[in-house]
Write a protein that binds this ligand. Structure first.
Ligand code: ATP
Ligand code: MG
Length: 271
């Protein structure tokens, strides 16, 4: 199979119910809500993600991105609202959803004490990749992640960009048609970040739906559409250019610094 190509061969019949691979909508939720005690982490949000789209979910720390993703992957029950992922009900059919999605968690859930190859073998088992396909999927992952020469090294010794690509490979060994990536570029160097977005684009071009969270504003442009989440609520939604034109009518200045006051003063004096 081509690099980046993802088929639904394994997944076209989950729990006796056909997964509609031609459905235009991959993810749809209405009034999705999650509370923890009195605290509202996700506040009745509506979302729609089209098949094959790269959908970016942007927001600062604690905004509710991971909580949303975990509800969409069937890992956390919503306390309110309804919706479907790949045609399956998020409240009634979370087990079916787990089989048709790939999930790369925020902390790259690889086993540091296993070698690269052992991690791939382990996740092949977890995701029930058919025995006759395992070798081919492993070779595909080693190539996609550009990690072939490291196959026998301990995962703990890998640099961030390699770990990130290995984690992506392990999350899609079962060739899911929809993938959820939770801050996949966090803590990774800029060149690896850019290369990673190239991989995501290839997957989307091959028909995979990608739901990806980030708090890097500069990554918004890699997405087909975006939603901005703040304190559990969606505050803006659209294509990157729509958001720039409609929501950001005034200057947008992004500063990255350890000394906030200095560049801020320079900016004020120049405007
Ligand atoms: N199990 C839990 N119990 C209590 N509060 C929780 C729980 N899980 C998440 N929260 C709270 O819900 C809010 C949203 O958390 P969430 O992890 O979804 O944010 P996030 O946007 O992913 O943030 P980050 O960018 O830091 O990963 C936070 O205030 C968090 O402390
Ligand atoms: Mg998070």
């Amino acid at each position: 199979m081509e690099r980046g190509a993802v088929s639904v061969e394994n997944n076209d019949n989950v729990g006796g119910k056909a997964f509609n691979v031609h459905a235009e909508v991959a993810v749809q939720v209405r009034g999705l809500r999650r509370t923890f005690g009195d605290f509202v982490a996700v506040d009745s949000i509506d979302l729609e993600v089209k098949k094959g789209e790269i959908f970016g979910f942007l927001g600062p720390n604690g905004a509710g991105k991971s909580t949303t993703i975990r509800m969409l992957c069937g890992l956390l029950m919503p306390t309110g609202g309804e919706g479907t992922v790949g045609g399956f009900d998020i409240v009634k059919e979370p087990e079916a959803i787990k089989k048709i999605v790939g999930y790369m968690s925020q902390k790259f859930s690889l086993y540091d004490t296993l070698t690269v190859e052992e991690n791939i073998n382990f996740f092949s088992g977890i995701y029930n990749v058919r025995k006759e396909k395992r070798q081919a999927r492993k070779e595909w992952t080693l190539d996609m992640a550009r990690i072939r020469e490291y196959r026998s090294v301990l995962t703990s010794t890998l640099a961030g960009g390699f770990k990130q690509r290995l984690a992506l490979g392990c999350a899609i060994l079962h060739e899911p048609p929809i993938i959820f990536l939770d801050e996949p570029t966090s803590g990774v160097d800029p060149i690896s970040r850019r290369n990673f977005w190239g991989l995501i684009r290839e997957m989307s071009d091959a028909g995979t739906t990608v739901f990806v969270t980030t708090h890097y504003m500069d990554e918004a442009d890699y997405c087909d559409r975006l939603a901005l989440i703040y304190r559990g609520a969606i505050i803006a939604e659209g294509t990157p250019s729509e958001l720039r034109n409609e929501q950001m009518k005034r200057d947008v200045v992004e500063l990255e610094t350890d000394h906030v006051s200095r560049p801020w003063k320079s900016y004020r004096y120049t405007t």
